[in-house]
Design a binder for this molecule. Structure first.
Ligand SMILES: [Mn+2]
Length: 299
């Protein structure tokens, strides 16, 4: 078994944001990036996916199979996202009924256990983080202590359950804590949760995600990030117009999944995109073919 923190490809890479079952957006993006159908680039560039391959979009099964074939050919790498984690944990959420065989609009649904097992086996093979001297990849949040712990772990579910159990044991002695404080500990003390869905703090207002009122809200950890290594992550669905160049921690999720669900009217359709960050060149290519140069802070 290999560690949940693994070496990131050397050489030039294209870091692709959250895909959420949108195969067509992936195909458009790969053609703008000049990858062929096998995921091979004429100049030897390689693809890195930040996770959240599934849910919301039309065909999560085909999307996962596509990425898996790239990964198995050695032309791409992928880290685990929180949407994959939920499926591994058997957690039913608002947007993952497709996996459990429930009809949901026109979404491709998994009807037999063999397909479920096939997808789960791939998720189980994914690392939580990828690292090299100058760059890091994680789905949601880079937190050094959590990365250290993940480096010595090799099974995502065992690692998750170990920390969840320890926290619950501690909480059993703490009748004094409020519900949000208990929830915050279950989130922020579990390395698998922190790396795949980020650090959270008490919600200032009534935040609703997937129609559920939340006690906690996401903490913008990247605003405090001061390390010399570039850190690329997804998860936060930041629309195109929100600039990424304030820090060396760069969100490559441009909110593609909001084309399919959620607050569709908040921004025009074109604000929600699939993007790939070309590193070390520092520009972003979008699925509409647009290319945007990034002005980043070097050390
Ligand atoms: Mn996510």
């Amino acid at each position: 078994m290999s560690s949940l923190v693994r070496p990131l490809f050397s050489g030039p890479i294209d870091i692709v944001g959250d895909l959420h079952g949108d195969v067509e957006a992936l195909e458009r993006l790969l053609s703008h990036l000049h990858y062929d159908a096998q995921g091979i680039h004429p100049h030897g560039r390689r693809l890195v996916f930040v996770g959240d391959l599934v849910d919301r979009g039309p065909d999560s099964v085909s999307l996962v199979r596509r990425i898996r074939s790239f990964v198995e050919q050695g032309v791409a790498q992928c880290v685990l996202g929180n949407h994959e984690l939920n499926l591994m944990l058997g957690k039913r959420k608002a947007n993952n009924g497709w996996f459990f065989g429930h009809k949901d609009g026109g979404l491709v649904v998994v009807k037999d256990k063999a397909v479920r097992d096939e997808l789960l086996a791939f998720f189980q093979s994914l690392p939580l983080a990828l690292v090299r001297e100058d760059a890091r990849i994680v789905h949601a949040c880079w937190q050094p202590d959590m990365i250290d712990m993940a480096t010595t772990a090799n099974d995502t579910i065992e690692f998750y359950e170990f920390h969840a159990f320890g926290t619950r044991l501690g909480l059993a002695q703490r009748a004094d804590l409020k519900p949000w404080q208990r929830e915050m500990r279950l989130q922020n003390l579990n390395p698998v949760k922190v790396l795949t869905s980020g650090l959270e703090v008490q919600a200032k207002s009534s935040v609703e995600i997937d129609g559920k009122k939340r006690l906690l809200e996401r903490y913008p950890w990247w605003q405090d990030y001061e390390d010399a290594e570039f850190c690329f992550f997804g998860h936060y669905s930041l629309p195109f117009r929100i600039p990424r160049d304030a820090s060396r921690a760069i969100c490559v999720d441009y909110g593609l999944s909001k084309r399919w669900v959620g607050s569709k009217k908040q921004f025009p359709h074109d604000e929600y995109r699939l993007g790939a960050y070309r590193y070390p060149e520092h520009f972003v290519v979008f699925d509409n073919g647009q290319l945007v140069e990034q002005h980043v802070h070097a050390t």
